[in-house]
Design a protein around this ligand. Sequence first.
Ligand SMILES: *Cc1c(COP(=O)(O)O)cnc(C)c1O
Length: 367
Amino acid sequence: MPTENIKRNGASRSWRDNLIDIEPYVAGEQKRSPRLVKLNTNESPFPPSPLVSKAIEGFDAEILARYPDPNAKGLVRTIAGREGLPEEMVFVGNGSDEVIAFAFKAFFNSGLPVLFPDLTYSFYPVWCRLHGIPYEQVPLNSDFRIGQEGYARGNGGIVIPNPNAPTGIAEGAEFFGRLLRANTDSVVIVDEAYYGFGAETILPLTRKYDNLFVARTLSKAGSLAGLRLGMGFGSPPLIAALNAVKDSFNSYTVGSFTQCAGAAALSDQAYYDDAAAKIIGTRERFTAAMRGLGFSVLDSSANFVFVTHPQLGAMELYEWLKARDILVRWFASPAKASSHLRITIGLDSEMDALLAAIEEYMQGKEI
Ligand SMILES: *Cc1c(COP(=O)(O)O)cnc(C)c1O
């Protein structure tokens, strides 16, 4: 009698009571409408490099009948060559979300709390809960910057995006060098999802600190959010642990098609440098215009800005813009985010449309 056995073991009678009870990450809306000005999930407004289109057109669908190379060796070799690192220091995955989720599983097993800022990428607490990893959130300083102090204690690991999201504020290699010197007993993950928009990379420090792991993605500056390709860099033992986790979930995380298109994107740095320069130019222009309207705008090194206005409710403005087909991101929590909007930097024309709408809104409020 299986039911009785289960009861004797203390489990619940109904399968419904045994489903996972977890609060998942809530992704930004992927609303589609031809008129939509989509500035809510930090995608690039530019298409991927023309070399990606060429690779896709030349891709032989017959290849898809077979499983991909589970270790994506060709792609790993390309990335390693580009960054001047040995292949044993490179990992690739199905988006950097997967890379970082595997990293939590692979690196954070001490039982001590993992530390990350109290205003940061909201997937970090979700992965901790999924994997059963204790965590503590370290308050940002009053100027929304990350301080060293809160991290100078025993921990099971540290995760920091650089630049941080949603603030857009970046710290330099000196900051991370200091953090790493003060923290040699656990792994430090630096999430460089927004690398390419002006922040200094700390990738070279992976040679010096064997407990440093750097994650990157092609989803933001690479204009390939739909392809799902992420990567990570760290010492050979870190990469070996990641591969062990990957091969315990799914050996074939990166498909043949993604390997092919991703390699093409990585071979056209000039195209992406040009696209990033345009986005940075638009960001600076938009930041100045918003400050002119009385908004406070944090200095961003990413492709988004984090803004607030002393006389405007952020949620109200978000709803008003959404009703006019302009989508930005508003976070209901934590409290220190809910008075702000995170706005992705799109095309000049899109930012102009947003500015005009905000001016109209403010006129209606007589501000
Ligand atoms: C967008 C983002 C990622 C994940 O990107 P993928 O599309 O999964 O590669 C990771 N970290 C931060 C901070 C991000 O904003």
